[in-house]
Write a protein that binds this ligand. Structure first.
Ligand SMILES: Cc1cc2nc3c(=O)[nH]c(=O)nc-3n(C[C@H](O)[C@H](O)[C@H](O)COP(=O)(O)O)c2cc1C
Length: 249
């Protein structure tokens, strides 16, 4: 019997095994294939992943050099391995490399952003927060980058027979897929920017997506323009973002 609740000593014995025989009789289960790695290798991999993650930056000047579709598709497939509430996978990645579509996206995004930046739709606090990024209403990168991917969240599920079902934890799920998408792109040697023109509703009709979908973010994707600069930002230290609770080993 597990004693963790009362004593802190944990055994590997479960009172309530998963799946229960009853559950396994009703739904299919498979054995999870897993191989433990030696501790030293785990540390090495963890350090290597962290070192790579630290190098990721949001890029706002892309090269127009082409990127094969296969890479974009692989990034989407990786993103779609993200966990999602009730395994609903409530996302669509709408990708384009069509200059005409990218141009339409740029014009539409700049129109919204003009209202933000030039017609005082942003409040003082928002303006102050984005000041170090130096963002403005110009979105040339939407035309120059070889690919633009717009990630849509599914507010609810629409089945082929026309019926609908609720989706669960949509924002949380799509946020996880987005993070994985960004990491996959970086891992294959590409750069991107999470861009959220506000409001983004214009993207759904422009890209012909159905009514149950809502834009979550758009991602220009490609190689960085040679010599590109990024804001000199500081990332929070471990002390600022991590707490360990309870008795320490
Ligand atoms: C949800 C989300 C929305 C963002 N929207 C924009 C945006 O509309 N325009 C922009 O230039 N950057 C945008 N960013 C990028 C952030 O400004 C950037 O991630 C942050 O400054 C940290 O820089 P880094 O990504 O280089 O580490 C967004 C990032 C996230 C996660």
């Amino acid at each position: 019997m597990p004693k963790s609740v009362t004593t802190g000593t944990v055994s590997n014995t479960y009172e309530n095994p998963y799946p229960s025989p009853d559950l396994e009789a009703r739904f299919p289960f498979i054995s999870y294939q897993f191989q433990r790695r030696p501790k030293a290798e785990m540390l090495e991999r963890a350090q290597a992943f962290h070192a790579q993650a630290e190098k990721r930056r949001s890029i706002r000047m892309f090269s127009s050099d082409p990127v094969p579709r296969e890479l974009i598709e692989l990034a989407v497939r990786s993103a779609s391995t993200a966990p999602s509430g009730a395994h609903k996978q409530p996302w669509t990645f709408a990708a384009t490399q069509d200059p005409e579509v990218k141009s339409i996206l740029r014009v539409a995004a700049e129109k919204e952003e003009q209202a933000n930046y030039l017609l005082n739709r942003m409040n003082a606090e928002w303006i102050e927060a984005v000041a170090p990024m130096g963002t403005d209403h110009h979105k040339e990168y939407l035309e120059v980058a070889p690919w633009v991917v717009v990630l849509f969240e599914h507010r609810y599920e629409r089945r082929q027979d026309g019926s609908t079902r609720k989706n669960y934890y949509v924002k949380e799920s799509v946020g996880m897929a987005a993070g994985l998408f960004v990491a996959a792109l970086q891992n294959m040697g590409l750069v991107t920017l999470a861009h959220t023109p506000s409001p983004m509703a214009f993207l759904r009709p422009l890209l012909g997506r159905p009514e149950n979908e809502r834009p979550f973010a758009m991602f220009p994707i490609g190689y960085p323009l040679e010599g590109v600069k990024v804001p000199d930002l500081r990332r929070k230290s471990l002390d600022e973002i991590y707490v360990e609770v309870g008795q320490k080993e």
